[in-house]
Write a protein that binds this ligand. Structure first.
Ligand code: UDP
Ligand code: MG
Length: 322
């Protein structure tokens, strides 16, 4: 009878989270013990933390063998930590959850319930975001709007990485080996049966947020460039419009010169046109550069990450990333 239990992996990427890991441990143990219908595995991914996160993970594993940990060779960022975790998790379903307890683990049984009803991707949508600044909420809202207007695939608003994924979603995500990952977009891109549940996002239990605006801007540009090439198309369309206007203006100048002769003044209009066109060209070069940079990075086909150790064993990375 024991053998028939389904295994649920709880995947936790963690970077410098020494303040919260013990709290997380307590909440997860309580949750796992009160859901005896399932077997659980907690996979803690240490994303190159500089504090005692790894030591605490080792302690937790000694206390409770349901806890596994994966130590990456350096800090790769949350997106990569997640794919590493997906590569190593064993569950029939995987729940991705932040280490800082902003996503309440108590929601997991509800996710499992929907999973049993046949949904493949049960994602938690935030009703509220406590402990986050007005500016962060506003920029995040605007960003989703922009991203959605660029693409036909539906992107879930106010949804983070907190979700339950069926094994086949996990396999789908594992098959995508992009190095500049935008996982939020990939969840939508792979499709499958999705179910939304609502929750209140708590403030961080302890410790500091790892995000700053520079990182968020990076991630948002990755989001757009990994998802859609429509900025390239818009550049082209805009370029054509500007050329048409330029052409009409040229005809006008030629005719005017023939009719009224050369008149030297024209410094202002010359300056305006030059600066405007120069600016537009630089912007569009930047847009092209973004895509070229992506192509360059993906073209190298590097492994996405290296593993230092998985639980007690040192990894040789022999068969890594296929
Ligand atoms: N994280 C990570 N690698 C990083 C940065 C963050 O694995 O380079 C983890 C972090 O430990 C946490 C989750 O990603 O579990 C979300 O990070 P954080 O809470 O700092 O972001 P926020 O919730 O403020 O957006
Ligand atoms: Mg957080």
């Amino acid at each position: 009878m024991e053998e028939n239990k389904k295994l649920v992996t709880i995947l936790v990427p963690a970077y410098n989270e020494q303040e919260v890991l013990h709290l997380l441990y307590e909440r997860l143990v309580k949750l796992m013990d009160s859901n005896s219908k399932y077997d659980f595995e907690v996979l803690l991914v240490n994303d190159g933390s500089k504090d005692n996160t790894l030591q605490i993970m080792q302690e937790l594993r000694e206390k409770d063998k349901r806890f596994c940990y994966l130590n990456l060779s350096r800090n790769y960022g949350k997106e990569t930590a997640m794919i590493a975790g997906l590569d190593y998790c064993k569950g029939d379903a995987v729940v991705i959850i932040d280490a800082d307890l902003q996503d309440p683990p108590e929601l997991i049984p509800e996710m499992i319930k929907y999973w049993e009803e046949g949904y493949d991707d049960v994602y938690a949508k935030r009703k509220s975001r406590e402990g986050e600044t007005w500016l962060k909420k506003f920029t995040s809202k605007m960003y989703y709007k922009v991203l959605q207007s660029f693409t036909r695939i539906e992107i879930q608003k106010d949804t983070g990485d907190f979700r339950l994924l069926d094994r086949r979603c996990v396999e789908a995500l594992k098959a995508i080996r992009e190095s500049q990952r935008y996982t939020k977009g990939l969840f939508s891109w792979i499709g499958y049966n999705k179910k939304e549940i609502l929750y209140d996002r708590d403030p961080r239990a302890a410790g500091q947020t790892k995000w700053n605006y520079a990182k968020l801007i990076d991630l948002s540009i990755d989001g757009i460039t990994s998802f859609t090439t429509s900025p390239l198309r818009w550049s082209a369309i805009f370029g054509i419009l500007v050329s048409i206007i330029g052409f009409i203006y040229m005809i006008y100048i030629i005719i005017k010169t023939i009719v009224t002769g050369v008149d030297v003044p024209g410094y202002a209009s010359l300056m305006v046109v030059t600066l405007f066109l120069g600016g537009i060209q630089l912007i569009f070069l930047g847009v092209i550069g973004e895509y070229l940079g992506r192509a360059f990075n993906e073209g190298k086909h590097r492994p996405l990450y290296f593993i230092d150790r998985y639980n007690e064993e040192k990894e040789t990375n022999e068969n890594l990333n296929k």
